[in-house]
Design a protein. Structure first.
Length: 364
């Protein structure tokens, strides 16, 4: 089986050695450089990559990715699209070959760790699908581009167990190109709820609350918007917009709607818990945290955000339990929070306090 990696690049020389060390398990690595000024093409060539230099004007990610795929050899069995700030866990190539031998699908999903917690461990996690055959696929959307299957029959992706890709981004890399490209995506695809969702989120990130609200509400009203996890995320973003403008009750209402829309996702519960924590509504905090923590497995079909899967829900649950006089539960939850963030001094101090409280108030 031949496996080819392909990527786009611009001014990423500092990632070249780490990336090539990870991608070298493949049979070939192909890079489209779109205008580097830091020696990226030369460095990648020294490390064994096949590098092509092309300008993409006007810039859009789907055009760049489609061209980078076209520049690969045609004799590959599977093609793996990555970015230079990503690396696979070792052994990914053999794991992918096993999955392909067992499932024989045109596309494969795999675990993607988009961010990492400061104390270590996985942060935001979801399952990506950028492993595919060369024929039948095209990249679509100017930004937040995705692979689109163009074959006549339904494409059912396989699952590449044992393949895990980690994202280690440059924290100084700006987002300024995203907003105009997302606005373009909405202009090109006005009835696409995905485009409305991402544009609304980007306005939120930019602090443009009214624009964010308008776009998120428009997206939720579209007839094609039926994917509950993303609908719930839009509702949470609406809540954040409203909170930023001091509209507390409408914000809480949207959080409740987010929980109802996707009750199997932790994020809505944890944001409700944060809302109640800020208002010292301890029964509300405990209820929402325990509801979130009852969900023990990350959802394979949507984004699992870092805040919902780290120490935070355990920490909030411990604080709420202590304030409600449930000292044993406070200790239990505090220990769980500490296990997930062992270097956190505040959690250490809290845990010591819970131990003293539990010892002084033994259960009857």
């Amino acid at each position: 089986m031949k496996l080819y990696v392909y990527a786009i690049c611009r001014d990423e020389a500092k990632f070249a050695a780490r990336w090539m060390a990870s991608m070298s398990e493949a049979d070939g690595v192909y890079v489209l450089d779109t205008g580097s000024a830091d020696g990226s093409p030369e460095r990648l060539e020294q490390l064994g990559a096949h590098v092509f230099r092309r300008a993409i004007q006007p810039w859009r990610f789907d055009d760049a990715r489609n061209l980078s795929l076209e520049l690969t050899p045609e004799d590959g069995d599977l093609y793996i699209c990555t970015d230079l700030d990503e690396i696979f866990d070792p052994g990914w190539c053999q794991a992918l070959e096993r999955a392909a031998a067992e499932q024989n699908r045109p596309q494969y999903r795999y675990r993607y760790v988009w961010s990492h917690l400061p104390e270590g461990g996985d942060g935001m996690v979801f399952w990506h699908d950028k492993i595919h055959t060369r024929q039948g696929f095209r990249w679509r959307y100017p930004v937040h581009e995705t692979l689109v299957w163009q074959g006549a029959e339904l494409c059912q992706p396989g699952l590449a167990q044992g393949v895990c890709l980690h994202h280690w981004p440059d924290p100084e890399k700006p987002r300024r190109q995203y907003l105009p490209l997302l606005e373009l995506a909405v202009q090109e695809n006005p009835q696409d709820p995905r485009c409305a969702h991402y544009l609304g989120r980007e306005y939120l990130y930019a602090g443009q609350w009214e624009k964010a609200q308008s776009q998120l509400l428009r997206g939720l009203s579209l007839p094609a918007n039926r994917w509950k996890p993303e609908r719930a995320a839009s509702m949470r973003y609406l809540s954040q917009c409203l909170l930023a403008q001091g509209q507390e009750q409408p914000a809480l209402s949207w959080l409740y709607r987010a929980v109802a829309e996707a009750p199997d996702l932790r994020e809505g519960y944890v944001e409700c818990a944060q809302y109640f924590y800020q208002r010292q509504n301890w029964p509300g905090v405990l209820l929402m945290c325990e509801s979130a923590l009852a969900i023990r497995e990350r959802n394979p079909d949507y984004i699992n955000e870092a805040f919902a899967w780290g120490a935070l829900p355990w920490d909030l649950a411990a604080l709420a339990a202590w304030n409600l006089g449930a000292f044993g539960r406070a200790l239990e939850y505090g220990e769980k929070a500490m296990a997930l963030a062992p270097q956190n001094d505040r959690l250490k101090q809290n845990l010591a306090f819970y131990r003293r409280s539990s010892a002084a108030n033994p259960p009857e």
